[in-house]
Design a protein around this ligand. Structure first.
Ligand SMILES: [Zn+2]
Length: 235
């Protein structure tokens, strides 16, 4: 890093030093302390933010806020890991952390922004499974078996292909779809298609007042559809 920069007070390029001091800012109504960096002209003593320092100081303030108010709590992390029935070490390996990292976080350590992102993503079973598929060779057989039998992992397996629906379904709706899929020995995508088929025909015929499709016609156009109708009327 260059230690010579243009000083606006001197009007010429001068030797500068980098100084660091703790500053307070208010973000979303909360006062945050962070380490800010400035450049000081060694000739006139003027302090200024060099190119890059302004952004770096803003980032430092945002990161200080996120560490205090957006980091997952130890309890959240314990329950996240429990959903996949993984040891701290195995869970860390799947997310690409060091061996002791999860232990540190579950004891109050604060994840950095990259690891916060990974932990947030891992809460989605389908994303966790994608991470697992990449890193499962890093963990032992026993841990692999435990994880693959876990509720979270099984959810990812069942909902593969239609995982995008999960955020739009309540737990009860999810459970009903899973129960029906199991009862009729369908995959979840097949079960969802069974529900969508008749409903979409009704919607479509509704758009064309003259068109009247019977359930039998709808069924003949879509052989996979059997005697089922969407559950929303029943609730
Ligand atoms: Zn100067």
């Amino acid at each position: 890093m260059s230690n010579r920069l243009p000083c606006s007070r001197c009007g010429v390029t001068r030797d500068i030093e980098i100084i660091e001091r703790v500053e307070q800012v208010t973000i979303k109504g909360r006062e945050i302390s962070f380490n800010a960096h400035y450049s000081r002209c060694l000739t006139c003593g003027d302090e200024f933010e060099a190119p890059g320092q302004l952004d770096a100081n803003l980032d430092a303030a945002r990161e200080a806020y996120a560490r205090l108010y957006e980091a997952p709590s130890p309890e959240t992390l314990v329950s996240l890991r429990a959903r996949y029935n993984a040891s701290q070490k195995a869970f860390g390996a799947i997310l690409g952390f060091g061996e002791l990292t999860m232990n540190g976080y579950e004891n109050g350590g604060i994840p950095d922004s990259t690891n916060r992102l990974l932990l947030k993503l891992a809460a989605d079973p389908l994303i966790f499974k994608a991470m697992y598929d990449i890193n499962s060779s890093k963990i032992g057989m026993t841990q692999r078996r435990r994880i693959e039998e876990s509720e979270g992992f099984q959810t990812a397996l069942r909902w593969a292909g239609v995982g995008g629906l999960l955020p739009f379904l309540t737990q009860v709706q999810q459970g009903k779809i899973e129960a029906c899929a199991e009862r009729y020995q369908r995959s979840i995508p097949e079960q969802v298609a069974v529900y969508i088929g008749p409903a979409s025909f009704r919607d479509y015929s509704g758009m064309y007042v003259e068109a009247r499709w019977s359930d039998a016609e709808a069924t003949s156009l879509s052989p996979a559809i059997t005697q089922s109708s969407p559950t929303q009327g029943a609730a």
